[in-house]
Ligand binder design. Structure first.
Ligand code: GH3
Ligand code: MG
Ligand code: MG
Length: 343
């Protein structure tokens, strides 16, 4: 999010600098100094943000210094009469994009205190005579904080919905596209293969035809839960569409991916799902350790899945290797399978 804010932040600093330059004869050119200090704080923060263990603390310090820079300028340019008082609301707009709700409340409270301090602290008599000056600014602050929080939460919900399949709560193709790109970059550095499992429910059309679409949906949800439960925290499962699923296994070669696929196959065929006996066929492949060509690896796994269906379903096939569901799992673990994508 900070990366998305960065260019806009620079532009908003430029807008404020132009305003201060235009009004220099009336407010004083020195007002550019606090603005430059606040801008400098953000530049320093940006540099260490990627490597910091607590980027949110660094950002909180930069955010606070920008509020303080504005508050000092307000105090020195007339306090409650300063034209810059409402500028204290500006940093509040960015709170929801950077921090959680508690952070937004804390930041808004800081801004409210600074509005009061830079007004009451400088000209208490003026504020008592014209309280609306401060009340209206506090109202502006509260409304901006609430609206920016609502906008941010709606943006977050929208982005979550765009990567989550609503039926199974699994990640969807949009999420897969992003992850594939990350893994492609990662593979260049870590030099490890990435295993792929493509899984498809057997004769699922019959489930719908015999028991109805709602039962079919319930089976899909159950299967998705089953798949996720068996995976490691960093393995990612996606619903590609219909009754087809994909599992990405960073660091796994075709042999390891096949062992997991066989485990998944046995888990699914070993119990009923929404009251029905359901089986799945699995196609397995893995990328070369030095590079991750997703299209090629997917094609290989899909090809293996096709072979599993042709072999009678409810089995695992590895790209370029024999059927792996016939031997018991213990035997499979000691069998070196041909690595995928070597053809
Ligand atoms: P195979 O073993 O060859 O894979 O046979 P199949 O019947 O599973 O395959 P086919 O592609 O013929 O049928 C897939 C069915 O999945 C057809 C479609 O109605 C159903 N389907 C796709 N998406 C959904 C969904 O979201 N909910 C439900 N209930 N059914 C779905
Ligand atoms: Mg199917
Ligand atoms: Mg299918």
């Amino acid at each position: 999010m900070e990366q998305r804010l960065k260019p806009l932040r620079a532009k908003s600093f430029a807008v404020l600098a132009i305003a201060l330059l235009l009004c220099g004869p009336w407010v004083g050119w020195w007002t550019l100094i606090p603005l430059a200090i606040a801008g400098g704080m953000f530049l320093v923060t940006d540099r260490g943000l990627q490597t910091s263990a607590h980027p949110e603390y660094r950002m909180a310090v930069a955010w606070l210094s920008s509020e303080l820079a504005i508050a000092v300028s307000v105090a020195l340019t007339g306090g409650p009469r300063s034209a810059a008082v409402s500028w204290l609301v500006l940093p509040v707009v960015t709170l929801a994009a950077r921090f959680n709700v508690r952070g937004v409340i804390a930041g808004t409270s800081v801004a409210a205190i600074l509005i009061l301090a830079s007004s009451l602290g400088v000209h208490p008599a003026y504020v008592i005579a014209s309280p609306q000056e401060v009340v209206f600014r506090l109202a502006l602050l509260g409304a901006v904080a609430l609206l920016s929080l609502a906008l941010m939460q709606s943006d977050l919900q929208h982005r979550t919905e765009s990567i989550i399949d609503p039926l199974t709560s699994m990640l969807n193709r949009n999420a897969l596209r992003v992850r594939v790109e990350e893994l492609r970059h990662q593979a260049l550095f870590v030099q490890q293969p990435i295993g792929l499992i493509v899984a498809d429910l057997d004769h699922f059309k019959e489930v719908n035809d015999t028991h109805g679409h709602a039962t079919g949906d319930s089976v899909l949800r159950d299967i998705a839960y089953c798949l996720r439960k068996r995976l490691r925290a960093f393995d990612l499962a996606y619903r590609l569409g219909g009754e087809e699923f994909l599992v990405l296994l960073p660091g796994a070669d075709a042999h390891q991916a096949a062992i997991l696929a066989e485990d998944l196959r046995q888990t699914i065929s070993g119990s009923h799902h929404s009251g029905l006996p359901v089986t799945m066929s699995f196609g397995v492949s893995a990328s070369q350790p030095s590079s991750f060509d997703y299209d090629r690896a997917f094609e290989a796994a899909d090809h293996a899945l096709y072979a599993a269906k042709a072999a009678g379903r409810n089995c695992v096939r590895v790209d370029g290797a024999a059927d792996v569901s016939s031997p018991p799992l213990e035997q499979l673990q000691s069998t070196r399978l041909e690595p995928a994508l070597t053809s």
